[in-house]
Write a protein that binds this ligand. Sequence first.
Ligand code: DWN
Ligand code: ZN
Length: 415
Amino acid sequence: MMIAGAASVTEQVCRSCGGSHIDTFLKLGTTPLADRLPSSIDDGEEEPVFPLNVAFCGDCSLVQITETVNPRILFADAYPYYSSFSQALLRHSRDNVLDLIERRGLSTGSFVIELASNDGYLLKNYVEAGIQVLGIDPADGPAAAAIKVGVPTRLTFFTRELAESLRQEGIRADVIHANNVLAHVADTNGFVSGIARLLKDDGVAVLEAPYVEPMIDHCEFDTIYHEHLCYFSVTALDKLFRRHGLYLNEIKHLSIHGGSIRLYVERQERVGESVTNQIAHEKARGIDSIDYYRDFSATVDTLKVELSALLHRLKATGASIAAYGAAAKGATLINTVGIGRDLIDFVVDRNTHKQGKYMPGQKIPIRSTEALLEAQPDYVLVLAWNFLDEIMAQQTEYRARGGKFIVPVPTPRIV
Ligand code: DWN
Ligand code: ZN
């Protein structure tokens, strides 16, 4: 994991347990970075590409990519992802906060920290309830947006060292949130040990992460990109936390992002049935062994061929096609399937920080969502398929005029 000045390193051992039984089961070639959006079609600069290979650790069962791109390149500068552009995510986060305030009896004396607090989408709910918060995030744009809505935020990466220095300032947390960030961290063990240092003795860390089972079962291979270093099973997570004196005591299944799990992690060991049952389920399905992952590469290849054939077929009939969602996962999809400007005229996205830019690699222009009604393309490929319901609900007019959506996973279909 030595990265300092290098653009990327290829890991030789497991990022979690350090074991050397690493078995690569999917190769997606080399792809550009999913959240580095070019500002022009030809800015004279070659976009850097990095290998995207996925492996299984035979020692601790962790699924992971083997290339680690320097986090400063990935996250620090002009990171365009802002959580608050999805109403579903805002509702989901608010419900989580209200539930925790009640379950843990949080009040004005409590202290809540969020790692990767982005634009303050979650912590603002605590601020509203008069509870003290601190956000930590390395991305300057989202962090500035958080501060603007009243969420105190430190512009930095969360590390073991940062946890130590916060402790020295007298800061410890009743609740630590970390949503969709554990998989992004190059120093997985440093991050978890930092949580252990910062959590009060009776505190709880509440983390969310995409779950590996739906990723494999529903062929959500586009959620694989360089920001996502790990694809977690409960088996692998349980081992990771125990290594740092923490216990994964409870999990909840969530539908967000194509199927995620919420983890409740504490210092006291009181592992509940939700965890023991899930570990047993993973054993029964073989999720803790390489066999479960062996067919994935062939399934991904089939999806790629079918999607490409569908788009070419539609195009051959003279249909026009746009796409919805300049999502990071969209970058993987279009670059691994080879969907370029010959097939897709433009991509729409509500995120104003993405509009006017171009999709990585394929350089498809990104416009505001109004462009759908202006151009009324015959079909829209939904790159942000994880928010399909929200998007369909917004686009009733486009659909009423005859527009149709193409959903790429688990198998391409028109709706
Ligand atoms: O882990 C990560 C996840 C949680 O978020 C990151 N590494 C980056 C990001 O991944 P993504 O870009 O694939 O995430 P989303 O949230 O699935 O992206 C959806 C895109 O679609 C965003 O650019 C926002 C946009 N959107 C929209 O234009 N209209 C989303 C909704 C719900 C909408 O109604
Ligand atoms: Zn391992």
